[in-house]
Design a protein around this ligand. Sequence first.
Ligand code: ATP
Length: 347
Amino acid sequence: MRPEVLRANGLAVGYRVRRRASTVLSEVDLGLHAGELVCLLGVNGTGKSTLMRTLAGMQPPLAGSVDLTGVPLAGLSRVERARRLAVVLTTRIQVGNLRGIDLVELGRAPYTGWSGTLGAADKVIVREALALAGAESLAERMLDELSDGERQRLMVARALAQQPDVLLLDEPTAFLDAPRRAELTAMLRGLGRATRLAVLLSTHDVELALRNADVVWLVLPGGSVVAGAPEDLVLDGVLERAFGGRDHTFDPLAGGFQVRAQTHGTARVTGAGDELTEVWTRRALQRCGYRIDDTAAVAEVEVGWHRTADGHRWKVSTPGGNSEHDSLAGVVDTVRRTPPRSATDGR
Ligand SMILES: Nc1ncnc2c1ncn2[C@@H]1O[C@H](COP(=O)(O)OP(=O)(O)OP(=O)(O)O)[C@@H](O)[C@H]1O
């Protein structure tokens, strides 16, 4: 069993407003292990940032305690804490006249003493951190000239330069484009495997978390947190309960969210032998508000396809007649012109 590097014991997190406790999450009993990538998921305002800040020692717990590498966090000095735990928050940093590398070098502060002078070994660690975060090309750039995503990568590099046992990141992918998000998540996962760094990151990117996390901590409505393998949380229906809403639903087959569209009727998809075309044909029909049921006795829309020399050709049957198309845009256009079920009822 990998050693536990961070533990929440009966933790309650929240705020004191006019001396009254306002609890956001309670009875949090969770452990983070060396080398593990844990993603913290939950809908807006459920307490992810509050939990992160409490685990990082940036705000006091309302009850319970946090242990860092087996030692109560509350008993550690700032320097001892900074050598074991690094935090990356989304709050915009106020930067003066600093280059990228100057920011990353600040990550060595817990090791350089009062002088802040970096030795040769510190400089190697800073360069390594820049490389790991994919931020080498940003080293000489001025911080106030960088995009949010570029600055975020430098913040991750600064945290890595701290050489912590535990890395906490609050929505680190918020400012990143999709490839950069996937890249950063994969890098953090790889880092855990290579260096035994334990990473806890909060994110709204559920699909990315499901594909990458070793464990998901899921904040449930009502203020509790459950932990489990991502696949188990999907199969148990817990994820749908946490995220499903009036207007959207979590599709456990696709592993993603769908708008709960008003159903225009039923569609049958009859093409076969080309999985990719099948998936995107189904998605196009769902986007138009159709429920897909290939075995339905009655369907308002039927779509089949076959390969052609330069692509695909789709055949569409609707109550209005049959048509053929060279693209899914043509299919969607035709299907959208099909009256919804209520209008065709009683024909
Ligand atoms: N300083 C504060 N004082 C009192 N209540 C606060 C304070 N900061 C946040 N809250 C409340 O605590 C709850 C949890 O907020 P938190 O920011 O932790 O949620 P979150 O899950 O991180 O949200 P999001 O996904 O929107 O970032 C919210 O109801 C919020 O209004």
